[in-house]
Design a protein around this ligand. Structure first.
Ligand SMILES: C[S@@+](CC[C@H](N)C(=O)[O-])C[C@H]1O[C@@H](n2cnc3c(N)ncnc32)[C@H](O)[C@@H]1O
Length: 240
């Protein structure tokens, strides 16, 4: 994940050119600002733009919603296309979000249960964002949700557990459901190990070298890949 939860004011505008400095997402900037999360504004806007194109093909799915920041961006795009976002999270937090770890937030701790629970905050974000008829929360571990999954997806966004095992599970469980022409997005890709954990980078490379995906420009630490058409033959081998 990024080093700091994104807290700076969200302008919901693309940077260039001037005539495009309008609200592209339609999301209330104050809602984005107050929603806890780890997505930079530019990454969020890219999520929205890709989801806006993808969700015309079919439903989207994210792994790792936390308090709903990424959900707001993908959900807003799905809502415009009368599509659906499945939001998979057990809402018990990742390893690095637990007490004593670097990304622990006491407001996510449920004293009565004696564990993290981001579901109430997530539910509030959906309500505030007008997304209750767009987003389907899936309260489960990624691997459990995937067990009988059979619906083709136009977009899969991976931002769940950041251990190698968790990231590999998410990639192998969900990437195969992406429709030709659909998108795989992976957050927190750090090429330099000194800058951040390498599990997202590892699965990004798996996808990039599989030959199944075209690699598109990144935004911040957000990797974007497009599923090639069935039968599309590459002119050269992907870089290993
Ligand atoms: C980095 S946070 C997601 C941040 C969010 N996408 C945002 O925009 O703020 C990771 C989330 O993944 C969830 N998670 C971790 N491992 C998971 C697993 N195996 N299955 C489902 N959810 C998981 C955690 O509960 C946590 O809410």
């Amino acid at each position: 994940m990024n080093h700091h939860p994104s807290r700076e004011p969200e302008m919901a505008a693309v940077e260039t050119p001037d005539r495009e400095k309008t609200d592209v997402t339609g999301i209330d900037p104050a809602l984005i600002f107050r929603t806890k999360g780890f997505l930079e504004p530019a990454e969020g806007r890219r999520l929205f733009q890709v989801a806006l194109e993808a969700s015309r093909l079919g439903p989207c799915l994210e792994i790792g919603s936390y308090c709903g920041k990424s959900t707001l961006y993908i959900g807003a795009a799905c809502k415009k296309n009368h599509s659906t976002l499945f939001a998979v999270d057990h809402h018990e937090g990742s390893e690095e979000q637990q007490p004593g770890e670097g990304y622990f937030d006491p407001e996510t701790w449920d004293i009565r249960q004696g564990r993290m629970d981001t579901l109430p905050l997530f539910r509030q974000t959906l309500s505030d964002g007008g997304l209750l008829d767009t987003v389907v929360p899936v309260l489960a571990k990624s691997a459990v949700a995937a067990r009988h999954w059979a619906t083709p997806l136009s977009l899969v966004f991976i931002d769940g557990g950041h251990t190698f095992a968790a990231a590999f599970t998410d990639y192998s469980a969900w990437a195969g459901h992406i429709l030709p022409g659909g998108y795989l997005l992976i957050h927190d890709i750090f090429k330099d190990p000194a800058a951040g954990g390498q599990a997202p980078h590892y699965i990004y490379n798996l996808a990039a070298t599989s030959g199944l995906f075209a690699v598109l420009p990144m935004t911040g630490t957000l990797g974007v890949l497009r599923r090639r058409a069935c039968g599309e033959v590459l002119e050269s081998f992907p870089d290993a």
